[in-house]
Design a protein around this ligand. Sequence first.
Ligand code: ADP
Ligand code: MG
Length: 394
Amino acid sequence: MNIHEYQAKELFDQYGVPSPKGKVASSPEEASAAAEEFAGSKLVIKAQVHAGGRGKGHFKNGFQGGVHLIESPAQAAEYAGKMLNETLVTVQTGEAGRLVRKVMVAEAVDIEHEYYLAILMDRATSRPVIVASTEGGMSIEDVAHDTPEKIMRQFVHPLLGLQGYEIRKIAAGLGLSGDIAKQFAKLLKNLYSLFIKCDCSMLEINPLVTTPDGRVLALDAKFGFDDNALFRHPDIVAMRDTEEEDPREVAASEFDLNYIGLDGSIACLVNGAGLAMATMDIIKHYGGEPANFLDVGGGASKEQVTAAFKIILGDPNVKGILINIFGGIMDCNVIAEGVVAAAKETGLPLPLVVRLEGNNVDAGKATLAASGLNIEAATTMADGAEKIVAAVSA
Ligand code: ADP
Ligand code: MG
């Protein structure tokens, strides 16, 4: 799960990570009122979407940039008008872009230097890792590619926690000293505690800045939370903005389905993550493109299968469906009943190839046969993939 920058700021405030004051707005009037509140200081207005690269992005209406310096409440309203309900395209959104529904008006700070600071979970070492660089700002991806030596990594022992000497090492690596280094140390300590207490999977500040008047501030924030730990954080779940998520994935999460939307035309419904991956591979092997990853799990109910099937049918890119079930714990007949129920409700406008094997397979096949639905049966995975690719290309 992700959150917006203005929400990240609330967490920063709670945990003592300094950032400029800001206020969210959903209309030009609200933006102007927010700007009034910070009267006297310079201001920025920033589009709020779950994607980075806003500064260098462009709107489909031709307006350049999702981050702007402004000077007055009137200007806040003017810029909010150009950004709200418009689509912002950045390197991270893809061509489709994101509809901007909110903007944040914040105090602008003078920047002396822009740094990069992130905390991530590192799978290879099973430890949190702090990533820092003096080359912060807008394109850390280029830094990682062209000058990887400018990116520091500090692994943290998960039980011992972040140690003072590790913080000092990072501060020194960034060339910080004196009071700035002290402020940085406090910020990083608080940031690490936020990362652990909120069960984050990633936390990125780009840029972290120093100012000419000697402050260290987080100017941007990107959060990712571990979905498996969200039950411990109702306050964070309350920040979820489903409008920012793939509607197919929102529907899937309501039914506890492991679904990831993709760009292809062949939908697959599979039990087990490994088999789902293999099914996507074999679709590609035969020249097709998967429309999704979908693992209905071992103990899926008929309702879940019905929901899964409806999500697939609701995707306009889908031209055919491959069901590949290897029933171990999963009862093949539950799958069959779910498919029949969903197809009866929605109709079955697309070719459907089904490969069933394992637990209660005969009952499953009988249910499908008795349904009168136009289903092509497959004997093996390869056979199923070939048949659905052929049906879609026909
Ligand atoms: P993104 O990463 O999506 O482009 P940022 O929040 O990092 O958006 O903003 C882009 C750039 O705008 C930053 O690198 C920084 O130079 C500038 N900026 C952002 N917020 C402020 C602020 N409060 N005061 C001054 N400059 C800012
Ligand atoms: Mg940024």
